[in-house]
Design a protein around this ligand. Structure first.
Ligand SMILES: *Cc1c(COP(=O)(O)O)cnc(C)c1O
Length: 226
């Protein structure tokens, strides 16, 4: 079942890329395996999937130990500062930097571990009260401040779009995030890249790809409902 759903998602990604005149290799599929057992992740691995997303530090640590060591693990959920030390050398990318204090903690722990942490800044692009993330107008200042920190590199932006029935309703937010990343990229801030845009989930990843997503985070569409 996992393999079939994975193949369907892959086909949908290819078609969305075709519609947008983009190359499928520009879009990385992150299989969001939170709450799902290792056995289902193994099914995805058998079908060639190498990149997984999780939103809990404990869960990443547990699963990493039971799976091949060549997989990529992306931290996509809200990260508490006191947990940074446990994943600093395990997460390929932290998608969810939502405060300067968290960025400072990541910088400190990365320095201790002798690594450079790649991160995305989470943007609350639809200004939802319930969501974490920087407001659009705060992002440039945050990026400039984080650029000064050691052992941390901002390589793009991430957003969790609103939950909607019709994915088209989120197109405006994906456009906004893309524009924001272009605007900030053009400032040529040292130590900052705006090459990645993590946006789009099961309900709306095709629209997100049409609007420039370089990473889509798909859970339910691959592993079924949680
Ligand atoms: C759970 C989660 C996803 C995947 O959601 P689906 O709707 O199941 O695809 C994507 N991004 C984040 C940040 C999540 O927490």
């Amino acid at each position: 079942m996992v393999q079939e759903q994975l193949n369907t998602v892959r086909q949908n990604i290819i078609q969305a890329c075709e519609r947008a005149g983009r190359k499928p290799c520009e879009v990385k599929l992150i299989a969001v395996s939170k709450t799902k057992p290792v056995s289902m992740i193994e099914e995805a691995v058998a079908a060639g999937q190498r990149v997984f997303g999780e939103n809990k530090v404990q869960e990443i640590c547990d699963k990493i130990g039971q799976l091949p060591s060549d997989l990529e693990w992306h931290m996509i959920g809200h990260l508490q500062r006191n947990k940074v030390k446990y994943i600093i050398d395990k997460a390929t990318l932290i998608h969810s930097v939502d405060s300067i204090r968290l960025a400072k903690q990541i910088s400190e722990e990365a320095k201790k571990a002798g690594v450079t942490a790649n991160v995305l800044l989470e943007v609350n692009i639809a200004r939802e009260e319930s969501k974490f993330g920087f407001m659009e107008e705060e992002v440039e200042t945050a990026v400039r401040e984080i650029a000064q920190l050691e052992n941390i590199s901002v390589i793009g932006l991430m957003t969790i779009a609103p939950f909607v029935e019709n994915a088209e309703e989120n197109r405006i937010y994906f456009k906004k995030l893309k524009q924001l990343s272009v605007d900030i990229g053009e400032k040529n801030i040292d130590n900052i890249r705006m090459s990645e845009l993590s946006m789009g989930m099961t309900g709306d990843y095709e629209v997100a790809i049409e609007e420039g997503a370089t990473m889509v985070r798909v859970g339910t569409g691959i592993f079924g409902t949680r």
